[in-house]
Design a protein around this ligand. Structure first.
Ligand code: AMP
Length: 225
């Protein structure tokens, strides 16, 4: 692996509904480094009709398949060369395969690998209790219930369960998540780089735990110099 030469070269992992996206944004804003989501980068390729890769990416993403290691790694490599990455970045959605891990090792000096750790049962509970209205307001039958069951407090519209929020589909999403991520997480675990953060807390608690880890680590590095 390349030597860590930027203060904040960070990877953020977490299962669906772990709040990983929210944490990535908070951390990126606080540290003034970019949040680089490969899902977002690929969605931009997909919707750019002038891009020759648009159709290929679109077909794969629409079918829930992974884009090739080569393509996504090149896109990430190009993005990491941007000036805004001079103090580091937060990678979200990458690496997702062992080949991507190996490639990343050649182009970056990852210093921190955070996992927002949430148990499968909690993910299932969080997602399958979610209710939406047609205006996009989101509720949860246990954690943020509406006053009248089945009716949105904000706009009075009927609530429904999003098609991919049913229990069976959530289980399938988790199965794919583990299939892709477990070998990648094991790799970083074996390198003593994996930092598990308890994702069962409120947003603020998860965020504070990550910041505390970073501050403690920087302090101990300064002390040993
Ligand atoms: P995400 O927003 O991270 O769930 O990614 C959405 C979709 O983008 C995935 O289902 C894949 O099709 C594609 N994608 C994102 N990141 C990667 C990656 N690291 N490797 C391959 N495909 C990816």
């Amino acid at each position: 692996m390349k030597q860590q030469n930027k203060p904040f070269e960070i990877i953020l992992f977490g299962p669906p509904a772990s709040g990983k996206g929210t944490q990535a944004k908070l951390l990126a804003d606080t540290l003034s480094i970019p949040h680089i989501s490969t899902g977002a980068l690929l969605r931009a390729v997909k919707s750019d009709n002038s891009n020759p890769l648009s159709k290929e990416v679109s077909d794969l993403m629409d079918n829930g398949k992974l884009v090739s290691d080569e393509m996504v790694s090149k896109i990430v490599e190009t993005r990491l060369k941007n000036d805004d990455c001079q103090f580091g970045y937060i990678l979200d959605g990458y690496p997702r395969t062992e080949d991507q891990v190996k490639y990343l090792d050649t182009i970056s000096g990852i210093g921190y690998v955070f996992l927002v750790d949430v148990k499968d049962e909690v993910v299932i509970d969080r997602i399958s209790g979610r209710r939406m209205c047609k205006n996009g307001h989101t509720w949860h039958i246990k954690y943020s219930p509406t006053e009248k069951e089945g009716i949105c407090d904000s706009c009075g519209e009927a609530l429904y369960i999003r098609d991919d929020d049913n229990k069976e589909k959530v289980k399938e999403r988790l199965r794919i998540y583990h299939q892709n991520h477990d070998p990648v997480l094991n790799y970083y675990q074996n390198q003593n780089k994996l930092i598990r953060i308890d994702g069962n807390q409120h947003i603020e608690g998860v965020f504070q735990d990550m910041v505390k880890y970073l501050v403690d680590d920087l302090r101990s590095k300064l002390n040993t110099k």
